[in-house]
Every structure is written in C-alpha cells, then in structure tokens.
Ligand binder design. Structure first.
Ligand code: ADP
Ligand code: MG
Length: 306
C-alpha cells in the first residue's frame, strides 16, 4: 500500500514543486513505484514532469469531480521512461481552479481525492501530492488523502512564521478529518551555507524540531531551476549537479526512514476506529510555533521590522 505524502507550505516559491518532481524522480530512480499528483492549477509539476498540461485530456480536475478515475487520468512522460526515472502523473492545468468553486456545493468535498486514491493505492510505493500555495479546498483534499506532510522550507526568519498557519491547519485536519495525518518532516531547501542567517535558522530548526528535520539539505543550485524549462526534473536533467545529488540522497533518506507499508495500510480507505501505531513520531508542535523562531540577536533588524 502506498505511502501518501503532501508536499505543502502555504507560501509560494518555497520549493514545493521542485521538491515534488525531484523526489518523485529520485524515488523512481531508486526503484520505487511513484504516482505524482499535481494539485496546483498552475500545472508546474505537470510540465516539470515532461507532460504538456495543455494537451491533457483528463486531469486531477476530472478525478475530483468524479468524471474519471485515477487509472483513466494518469499519464507517463516518454522522456522519463527513457531516463529510467519514470513515475505516473495525475496532471493539472488551469481548469483545476474551477474545481474549487464547483466542489463547494458537493458532498464529501474534502474527501474526493482520498476516495479516488483508494482504488490505486496498492499499485504504488509512494504517492506525492504537490499542493498549491494556499490552504484551500484543493490543499484540504490533499491533506485528507495523505498519511503525512513534507514541508519544504527556506532557512529564513519568515519561513517559521508561515509554519504556524500550516501547523494549525494540519492540527485541525488531524482532529476533524484525517486522524492518520502526521508531519513527516521539514526539508531545508535552497540552502546557501555562506549566508550566516540561513545557517543559524537551520541550527535552530534542528535543535527545536530534532528528528523531524530531514538530514538531507537541498542546496541552492541553478541546475534545479533550469530543469523545468526542459520538461525534466533536475535529477534527470543533470544527475551530477549538486542539487540533483541532494534529491537522490533525500529519496534514499525517506525510503530508509519508512516503516513497513502495513503501518500505513488502512488510511487511504477509511479512518480506522483506533489510531494506527505512531511509527513516525509526531512533530512536537508547540502552540506557538514562533517560539521556534530565531532569537532577536540572529535576526537582522530590517527584516524583523519589515
Ligand atoms: P513552489 O512550488 O513552492 O511555488 P518552486 O518549486 O516552483 O516553488 O520554486 C520556486 C522557484 O525557485 C522556481 O523558479 C524554482 O526553479 C526555484 N528553485 C526551487 N528550488 C531551488 C533550488 N534548490 N535551487 C535553485 N532554485 C530553486
Ligand atoms: Mg508550486
């Protein structure tokens, strides 16, 4: 049974899509069966996986509105098959923005993706969901379908501020809609070790969140930024680049950290009556996550007062 993870952070431009497509390709390279779901109407994860969003006949929109199944709507990129880093893609395009409005009036509106995924869960080791930069009904569908959330973060002061809202949303989803939802971990991305503040925030994240911060750090690397224009994840576009190697290491770290699939088994179908064993310990979520923010001495005053 697949482990289903959302890549979420309600901030835009923090590296969600880059993480999703490179982790998907990285996992595929190390032999995992992966489905990547694009829940962002911008369709960047779709394009970055070598699928032309304008040519798609069926997308995640059709799945959410229950006019198609995941099996009918998923596609594969030939380029990724050739590179032996292939994963299935449930794509998105602009049409998805309409789903938000259309779903409001429907029943089980936040559980539609979860229901749809139940039919294909056995075919994959991992399902990765690229979320839009908002805490919308689309994101909610992702969180309701998932076992866990991977949060890409830049090591900046305001990154921690954004974490509060995300953590509150995750807590609410956990309490009301999806008892299985856990925070799998925080991934430090676009990291530049030459910037002292980034180093300090990184250290503080580690000391506050401990094991919930992935060991792998994704460096800022221009090859990762160039890859989408070729319709390829960085790990396929330039496997030797530092950023690509980091994503392969991250895929390996994630696989190594995963408990047996059975620990996640029932989640995509229906919430179990009792909570499943907590195989990945909960993120210690302080009531005020800002308590984890760097101390005043670390933050430069311009940023602090901005
Ligand atoms: P999000 O999905 O959160 O909006 P993206 O993954 O689209 O963020 O990343 C935002 C921008 O930053 C993109 O132009 C992307 O190519 C670039 N980017 C992401 N990660 C890196 C990285 N590690 N190094 C350099 N550029 C990056
Ligand atoms: Mg994105």
């Amino acid at each position: 049974m697949a482990k289903i993870f959302c890549i979420a952070n309600q901030k835009g431009g923090v590296g969600k899509t880059t993480t999703t497509v490179n982790l998907a390709a990285g996992l595929a390279k190390v032999g995992q069966r992966v489905l990547m779901i694009d829940l962002d109407p911008q369709g960047n994860a779709t394009m970055g996986s070598g699928i032309d969003k304008r040519q798609l006949e069926l997308t995640v929109y059709d799945v959410l509105l229950e006019s198609a199944s995941v099996a009918e709507a998923r596609v594969k990129s030939d380029k990724l098959v050739e590179a032996e880093a292939s994963y299935d893609v449930l794509g998105a395009n602009r049409e998805l923005a309409g789903a938000e409005v259309e779903m409001v009036a429907l029943d089980r509106r936040e559980k539609r993706l979860r229901t749809a995924l139940a039919a294909v869960g056995a075919e994959y080791d991992f399902v990765l969901i690229d979320c839009p930069p908002s805490l919308s009904l689309l994101t909610l569908n992702g969180l309701c379908a998932a076992h866990g959330v991977i949060v890409p973060m830049q090591c900046e002061y305001f990154a921690l501020e954004g974490l509060t809202d995300l953590v509150n949303t995750i807590k609410q989803v956990h309490a009301n809609l999806n008892k299985n939802l856990q925070i799998i971990g925080l991934l430090r991305v676009m990291f530049d070790p030459r910037i002292t503040l980034q180093q300090q925030v990184s250290e503080q994240l580690k000391s506050h969140f401990g094991d919930k911060v992935f060991d792998t750090v994704i460096p800022r690397n221009v090859r990762l930024a160039e890859a989408p224009s070729y319709g390829l994840p960085g790990v396929v576009f330039d496997p030797a680049a530092r950023g690509s190697q980091a994503f392969i290491a991250f895929a390996e770290e994630l696989v190594a950290k995963m408990p047996p699939a059975s620990a996640f088994a029932s989640s995509a179908v229906a919430p179990p009556v009792t909570s499943p064993p907590r195989v990945v310990p909960d993120l210690p979520i302080p009531d005020d996550v800002l308590a984890a923010a760097p101390s005043a001495s670390v933050v430069d005053t311009d940023q602090n007062s901005a």
